[in-house]
Design a protein around this ligand. Structure first.
Ligand SMILES: [Zn+2]
Length: 370
């Protein structure tokens, strides 16, 4: 982005901040970082009041704003030790999918965003089910999501405890085979189905409880593809379709041999575990994270806190008026879908596009401002 483009983007960002200024809880105890060229050009900044912060934002209009997850007595002091750390929110950072089982688009891929959104929802479930915590789900502004837990209960968690939580949701070091016990005479060959395979039941907690729920859902829905993936044979899938209530009753007792002789434990775990977290963000107590409700300088989208976590749409994070037009000159040929419209813009030709798309392309450095 050259100076002219930076000024154009900043003028739109300023207009947005004049209407909607983010507010950071416990602002005076946070270290802030700001970026124009990079995500963080400088950090160790602190503000005594929201008014000081607002004045700074409207005057300097940073393209990126982040705040420490930690609370400090002296947030602007250096080195870090001088800040006098007094606690930190618990956070999770989820980035774009690595497995691409969708029609991937090189620019603005909703498939990737939907994947990572699903992963984020899994973390929220872990937080409520396993840790009794409430998390806020926040779009990162570009390709991922952040989860913030601001409850006082987490402030004192050690780095090690946070690391263990991040590993727990990722099923790291989980010995799930131990959830299953075979009777001495057990055989998993379908010809000689004898003995008993005892597994997670309605009474199980923690990860065993998750494995139970995954199988329960698959049986309730008679979801043939999932059942197959979890190791349920054709004969048993037919059986489930014929008498689901009976087999659910067996599952509640943990009698897996009634419907699944050889569970694919790996597949069952994969249906729940979170694979896209950057664990270092969770256990680094001095990390800066994008300020919720601020704009992302790489997209012009707002890092919005999702009021209903299970619903995420691009429309929700676009803040500039789609009825306004912006003229840009693509640096490369551009093909993308944006709010239901398809765009095919040749390189080096003037193109008139909706304002939020223009800002997106300039922020992505895919287009110049003429
Ligand atoms: Zn994709």
């Amino acid at each position: 982005m050259n100076d002219k483009e930076l000024r154009v983007v900043q003028s739109h960002f300023r207009t947005f901040y004049q209407r909607r200024m983010p507010s950071v809880p416990a602002l005076s105890q946070r270290e802030l970082g700001f970026g124009w060229r990079k995500k963080v050009d400088f950090r160790h900044k602190a503000f005594a009041s929201q008014r000081d912060f607002e004045r700074f934002v409207l005057q300097d209009v940073p393209l990126y704003m982040s705040a420490s997850t930690a609370y400090y007595r002296f947030p602007d002091k250096q080195p870090m030790l001088q800040k006098e750390f007094s606690g930190a929110d618990l956070v999770f950072d989820l980035d774009t999918a690595r497995s691409l089982d969708h029609d991937h688009k090189p620019l603005l891929c909703m498939g990737c965003l939907d994947d990572v959104h699903q992963q984020a929802l899994r973390i929220l479930d872990f937080l409520t089910d396993d840790f009794g915590l409430q998390g806020l789900l926040v779009f990162s502004g570009q390709k991922g999501f952040h989860i913030h837990v601001r409850s006082e209960a987490v402030w004192d968690l050690s780095k090690e405890a946070r690391r263990q939580m991040a590993e727990y949701v990722a099923a790291e070091g989980l010995e799930a085979e131990a959830f299953f016990q075979k009777s001495a005479d057990y055989s998993d060959s379908s010809e000689r189905n004898v003995g008993v395979l005892q597994g997670p039941s309605a009474q199980s907690g923690g990860w065993a409880g998750k494995v139970y729920s995954v199988m329960k859902n698959a049986i309730e829905k008679s979801d043939a593809a999932s059942l197959k993936a979890f190791g349920v044979s054709k004969k048993h899938r037919d059986d489930i379709a014929a008498r689901p209530a009976e087999l659910l009753a067996q599952l509640r007792q943990g009698r897996w041999s009634a419907f699944c002789l050889k569970p694919d434990v790996e597949a069952l775990i994969s249906a729940v575990k979170v694979v896209q977290t950057d664990k270092a963000v969770t256990f680094d107590l001095h990390r800066l994270l994008r300020i919720p409700e601020s704009l992302h300088g790489g997209t012009g989208f707002v890092a919005k806190t999702l009021p209903k976590p299970d619903s995420f749409k691009l429309e929700d994070v676009i803040v500039f008026d789609v009825r306004e037009k912006m003229t840009v000159i693509p640096r490369v040929p551009i093909q993308l879908g944006f709010l239901g419209e398809k765009y095919d813009l040749p390189k080096a030709r003037f193109a008139e596009v909706p304002l939020p798309l223009g800002i997106y392309l300039v922020c992505q450095e895919k287009a110049f401002v003429p």
